[in-house]
Design a binder for this molecule. Structure first.
Ligand SMILES: Cc1cc2nc3c(=O)[nH]c(=O)nc-3n(C[C@H](O)[C@H](O)[C@H](O)COP(=O)(O)OP(=O)(O)OC[C@H]3O[C@@H](n4cnc5c(N)ncnc54)[C@H](O)[C@@H]3O)c2cc1C
Length: 413
């Protein structure tokens, strides 16, 4: 009878399920017939910041790596983002390990500079990326992992899932939204502020993307009425205080216990902006650092939106209750009539089709494990970049990549 190694104990396999560390059921696939040569190393799925950093750390640790990227070029998510997008995170803390941005890069790099940086990193380290290979499924075969892809199956001892936490734009199913005669779009398709000249715009969501949109709309003078529908108050920090880029404090913030980081952020927010509840923003459900881990809400950055709220150019309103043909009914019963609704309502990982059978995702599709933390009953499955962090995605990519490489290299010894 065939055997599979579950937690390094040989067990018979016949369409078997096991219990994961979190008590969920994981399938072990019984079919060995199309198993290709097993790579004694790691397949990294996704060549974004997280995947590239993990691959480079693995190679440095002596682990053989293949990177599978579904797009035809690097940094496709950054290519697709709106023209005016600059990082909220500081240049010096937004680079991949060992590579700086070119001299003269502004404090908050434009997305095109980020694209250049990711390409430079991949070239510098000659990272082995197979482009145009979309992974469709990942199966546990006991002592290895089978990766089903658009280019056929591949197998390896380890799989590092780095497909991004903002892979699929998410818009809630609002009552009546199909009947709305205006336009509903996701913040991922924002375009340019000038596209909204003369338009009445409702932005839904006071998180990172919501404030990014509001910062841009507030900077343009041509937008008509702007509303912000907020269910929760934001964890909001200014991009700068005087000449200091606030993100520079992130390594210090990350070193604090969560309750202390919550308190430091709340105090900074209050000191800089005053009491935003006066302008209709609801209180935040919990502290900014806590929410990174509890509901995966990233910290929002203000770059002009708060001044526009205080000046009355952006009106804060309650959350949406329902759509009707000519507008939106709010939770307080009031009706407003926007031309465009921008849903800054977040993203999903979209990992269910790939990993659904393994019992490693929570109700929102976010992996239960990230970085060096993994399920001992599913040895060789790793995740990186699946949670927001105080430091931002680039610094986090380096830290998690090194941690995963340390674990994998340690197991090989
Ligand atoms: C508007 C906006 C602004 C942001 N600004 C900042 C900022 O200022 N600072 C900051 O630190 N972070 C910022 N972020 C967050 C940041 O973009 C992401 O956290 C970051 O891109 C994560 O990198 P990643 O490698 O985890 O994911 P991604 O960059 O999404 O890379 C994932 C890669 O995996 C590939 N992939 C996906 N599925 C498959 C598959 N099935 N098979 C093969 N390949 C696959 C994708 O094509 C992609 O190349 C912002 C996000 C948004 C939406």
């Amino acid at each position: 009878m065939r055997a599979a190694y579950v937690g390094y104990v040989a067990v018979p396999i016949e369409a078997m399920t096991i219990k994961t560390r979190m008590g969920m059921k994981a399938e072990i696939a019984p079919d060995w017939s199309d198993t290709p040569t097993i790579l004694d190393g790691a397949i990294v799925i996704g060549a974004g910041a997280a995947g590239l950093a993990a691959a480079q750390a693995l190679i440095r640790a002596g682990v053989t790596v293949q990177i599978l990227e579904r797009e035809a070029r690097l940094a496709e998510p950054w290519h697709r983002r709106h023209d005016n997008l600059h990082l909220n995170t500081h240049r010096d803390l937004s680079s991949l390990p060992g590579l700086s941005y070119p001299a003269g890069t502004p404090a908050f790099p434009h997305r095109s500079t980020v694209i250049g940086h990711l390409n430079d990193f991949a070239e510098t380290h000659r990272l082995p990326i197979a482009f145009g290979v979309a992974v469709e499924g990942v199966e546990f075969h006991g002592d290895h992992w089978l990766v089903r892809s658009s280019a056929g199956p591949r197998a390896a001892r380890h799989v590092v899932v780095a497909t991004g936490r903002d892979r699929q734009p998410f818009i809630p199913a609002w009552k009546g939204m199909r009947d709305f005669s205006g336009r509903i779009l996701h913040s991922a398709d924002f375009g340019r502020a000038s596209d909204y000249a003369g338009k009445k715009v409702l932005v839904v969501g006071a998180g990172n993307s919501g404030f990014d949109v509001l910062n841009h709309l507030a900077a343009g003078t041509e937008t008509g009425q702007i509303w912000l529908a907020a269910r929760n108050g934001p964890a909001l920090l200014p991009k700068r205080i005087g000449k200091i880029a606030v993100h520079r404090l992130s390594p210090f913030m990350a070193s604090l216990p969560t309750w202390m980081a919550d308190a430091a952020m709340a105090a900074t927010q209050r000191l800089v902006f005053g009491d935003l509840r006066k302008y209709g923003l609801p209180p935040a459900p919990s502290g900014g650092a806590s929410r990174l881990g509890s509901d995966y809400t990233a910290i929002a950055a203000d770059d002009g939106a708060v001044d526009a709220i205080k000046a009355g150019r952006i009106a804060v309103v309650p959350q949406i209750s329902a759509f009707r043909r000519d507008g939106v009914i709010l939770a307080n019963g009031r009706a407003i009539a926007p031309d465009v609704v921008i849903a800054a309502t977040g993203y999903r990982t979209g990992l269910e089709p790939m990993l659904g059978g393994l019992g490693v995702l929570d109700a929102k599709g976010v992996p239960l494990f990230n970085g060096a933390d993994s399920d001992p009953n599913l040895p060789g499955l790793w995740f990186t970049g699946m949670r927001p962090s105080i430091r931002g995605c680039f610094a986090n990519a380096g830290i998690l990549g090194a941690a995963i490489a340390g674990k994998i290299a340690g197991r090989k010894r």
